[in-house]
Each structure stands twice: as structure tokens, then as C-alpha cells.
Design a protein around this ligand. Structure first.
Ligand code: ACO
Ligand code: OAA
Length: 363
């Protein structure tokens, strides 16, 4: 049997949530270049219900999500205990997501409450690890503004909120990527929402998937700290047979459409916050990678700099990706549940031929 490695190019099921057909990303039919201008709440509604909300529905949906961002005291107590542990923030998030599924108030948890909770929990993990006080939800603001406020302790201005909203939308869904597929496999067994999300967080953590954003900034910092020529850094990575993080993609061989939208946002954010050095290094590396390897930056490349400009430490970058992707994970879990079919593919056995156990042979 001639199997493509890593199931590359294999269509394993249908979805009406998002598509990367012809290397164009669409959410329920809307090109990403257009839908990224909507509000985050509109896009979540679209991913979950297959259509955009009208004005009244949007207002109601936004209000409901924001209200649900307030965490129960029991969850805050848990977080204060877990988030101080020295493990990587994605490990903390994995354990927290799992624990959220065991608290007393989960019985009636539905996607809006779960998404809202995940956003607040992730912001709280970031604050606790910085030894900063937790910030209360401000019900006068929308979801993105509140998320930023709870992360940084500062109410964002309109320009920042708009840019960050685009960033969140761009990471909200991506058809059958590794973490979403993982969530769908778990959902297909009819396991609960938190089990699906815990599994998805585990898959996102790895450096070939969501964990790449942290490694991108690690590279930029190393170049800065050692006053290196960025091209020497890349050449050295090639020599050692190492991948340059934030480049390449299973689907997009001629450029990730999200990176094209993110690049000018990263540039603007870098200018706003005095981080143009990093943006210039990124540009130099991107030009070289294209020239030498024909590889383009992916979504994780520019979000790394954007998160740095927001004031976040690199070890929490992937948790922010998880916050955005929770919207998509939940959409796929709902879709998978509607399908009512267990995902259970087959394998080709390539182990030893049949052999037989002989009792006492080793005596
Ligand atoms: C949200 C996301 O998950 S986006 C992806 C985030 N991940 C990263 O940025 C990690 C770095 N990138 C990679 O590891 C890969 O490009 C992946 C995993 C994203 C895609 O992998 P695949 O589709 O399996 O492509 P594959 O790894 O086979 O790459 C094809 C060729 O390009 C090379 N290549 C791919 N990405 C890179 C890279 N970032 N740096 C250097 N070389 C690379 C491979 O070594 C391979 O070369 P070869 O044919 O000489 O062996
Ligand atoms: O689709 C993929 O393989 C990875 C990706 O870009 C994403 O999850 O956003």
C-alpha cells in the first residue's frame, strides 16, 4: 500500500466550517481576507452556526459571551494553585482544561460558556505567572477588548483592539489541522467538551503545530542577545539539519494567506512599541528562506512578534493561540457530534509475520 506520510493530502471527512481548497482559506464560504475585518464575536457565531448574526443577534451574543467570561470562585481558586507550578504554560493549560471539566458548575456548560471561560482562564494563567493581580471582566467592552484587558491590565485603544481582533480571527479555525482533528476524534466517541479540548490543547502544544510561535521568538531573541547576523543564524540551522520555526506548511506551499495579513499588523505593532528591530530581522529571514528554500512564513511567524509587542512573554504565546483556536475546536466538536459516527480508521500492519508463543521455552 502506498500511504502518504502523515496523511498528507488525504481527505478524511467533510466539514462545512472552513476550507483551504486551492490554498485559499475560507470560513463558511467567506474569504479570510474579508472575514478578518468582522468582529471576533461575529466570526465565532459564523463558525458555530454557519451564518453571520444580524445586529440584534450579534449584540445579544456578545453580551452573553462577555457575561460568561466571569469565572466562578472555585475555578479562580484552582487556577491560583495550578498556574504557579513551574511547568510550561501549555502544560498548565492542559491540566486546567481537564480540571475545568471536573468542577461543580460544568453540568450545563455549552460552547459559549466554555469559550468564555477558556479566554479568562488563559488570561489568568498569564497574570498569575507574572505575579500580577487578576483583572475583572468589564461588561462594557467586547470579548477581544476584555481578553486584552485581562492579559495586560490595560484597556486597549481602538487601533490595538482592531488589530488583535484580526489576529484572533485568523487563528480561530483551520479545517482539519492536527489539534482540531484530535478534538474531532475524541468528540466522535461522544466524550464531553472538556475532554475534546484537553486533547486539542495537547496537540497544539508541539513545536510543529502551535508551539512554533514560541520558538520563533526564541530565535529572534537569540539573534538579538548575541548580536548575530540573522542569515548566519539560519545558515547554521540548515547546517545542523534544524528547521527554521514559523516556516513551511502542510497545505500552503506558496504562502500562508494569514501570514500575508499578519505581516503588516506585526510591522505596525512593532512600530507602536519600539520593536522594529525584530520586524526587520523577520523580514531578512523571510526573504532568505524564500530565496534559499522556497519556504514562506506561516501563521505562527508573525503572531510571535505581535504577542511580544502586546507585552507577553514567549512561553505563553501558544496559550494565546489556544484561546483563539478554542472557537474553531468547539465548532468542530459540535459538527462531529452531529455526525454521530465514530472515527476509527484502519492501519496497514508492517510488523513481524505471525509467530507463536511457546510456554516454558525460556525456562
Ligand atoms: C499553526 C501551525 O501549525 S503552522 C505550522 C507551524 N510549524 C512550524 O512552523 C514548524 C516548522 N515547519 C515545519 O516543521 C513544516 O514545514 C510543517 C510541519 C509545518 C509542514 O510539514 P510538511 O508538510 O510535512 O513538510 P515537510 O516537513 O515534509 O517539508 C518539506 C521539505 O521542506 C523542508 N522544510 C519544511 N519546513 C521547514 C522549515 N521550517 N525549515 C527548514 N526546512 C523546512 C523539510 O525539511 C523538507 O525538506 P526535504 O524535502 O529536503 O526533506
Ligand atoms: O493546518 C495546519 O496544519 C496548521 C495550521 O496552519 C493551523 O492549525 O492553523
Amino acid at each position: 500500500m502506498d500511504l502518504p506520510r502523515g496523511l498528507a493530502g488525504v481527505v478524511i471527512d467533510q466539514t462545512s466550517i472552513s476550507s483551504t481548497k486551492n490554498a485559499r482559506l475560507t470560513y463558511s464560504g467567506y474569504p479570510i481576507e474579508e472575514i478578518c475585518q468582522a468582529s471576533f464575536e461575529e466570526v465565532v457565531y459564523l463558525l458555530w452556526y454557519g451564518r453571520l448574526p444580524n445586529k440584534e443577534e450579534l449584540q445579544k451574543f456578545r453580551k452573553m459571551l462577555v457575561r460568561k467570561m466571569v469565572l466562578p470562585a472555585e475555578t479562580v481558586r484552582l487556577l491560583l494553585y495550578i498556574a504557579r507550578e513551574p511547568q510550561h504554560p501549555m502544560s498548565i493549560l492542559r491540566t486546567t482544561t481537564s480540571l475545568l471539566g471536573t468542577t461543580n458548575d460544568v453540568e450545563h456548560d455549552e460552547p459559549p460558556r466554555i469559550l468564555a471561560k477558556m479566554l479568562t482562564v488563559i488570561a489568568a494563567i498569564v497574570r498569575i505567572r507574572n505575579n500580577e493581580p487578576l483583572i475583572d471582566v468589564d461588561e462594557k467592552m467586547g470579548v477581544v477588548e476584555n481578553f486584552l484587558y485581562m492579559l495586560t491590565g490595560e484597556r486597549p485603544d481602538e487601533e490595538l483592539a482592531k488589530m488583535f481582533s484580526t489576529v484572533m480571527i485568523l487563528q480561530a479555525d483551520h479545517e482539519f489541522n492536527a489539534s482540531t482533528f484530535t478534538a474531532r476524534v475524541v468528540a466522535s466517541t461522544f466524550a464531553d467538551y472538556y475532554s475534546c479540548l484537553t486533547a486539542a490543547v495537547c496537540a497544539l502544544k508541539g513545536p510543529l503545530h502551535g508551539g512554533a510561535n514560541e520558538r520563533v521568538f526564541e530565535m529572534l531573541e537569540k539573534i538579538y542577545d548575541h548580536d548575530m547576523d540573522p542569515i548566519d543564524y539560519v545558515k547554521d540551522a540548515f547546517k545542523r539539519g534544524r528547521k527554521v520555526m514559523g516556516f513551511g506548511h502542510r497545505i500552503y506551499k506558496h504562502g500562508d494567506p494569514r501570514a500575508k495579513i499578519l505581516r503588516p499588523i506585526a510591522e505596525k505593532m512593532a512600530k507602536r512599541t519600539g520593536n522594529t528591530y525584530f520586524f526587520e530581522v523577520q523580514t531578512e529571514i523571510a526573504d532568505y528562506m524564500l530565496k534559499e528554500k522556497g519556504l514562506y512564513p506561516n501563521v505562527d511567524y508573525y503572531t510571535a512578534l505581535i504577542y511580544h509587542c502586546v507585552g507577553l512573554k514567549k512561553d505563553v504565546f501558544t496559550t494565546i493561540f489556544a484561546a483563539c483556536r478554542t472557537a474553531g475546536w468547539l465548532a468542530h466538536v459540535m459538527e462531529q457530534r452531529r455526525e454521530k459516527t465514530l472515527i476509527r480508521p484502519c492501519s496497514e500492519y508492517v510488523g513481524p509475520d505471525e509467530r507463536h508463543y511457546l510456554p516454558d521455552v525460556n525456562d
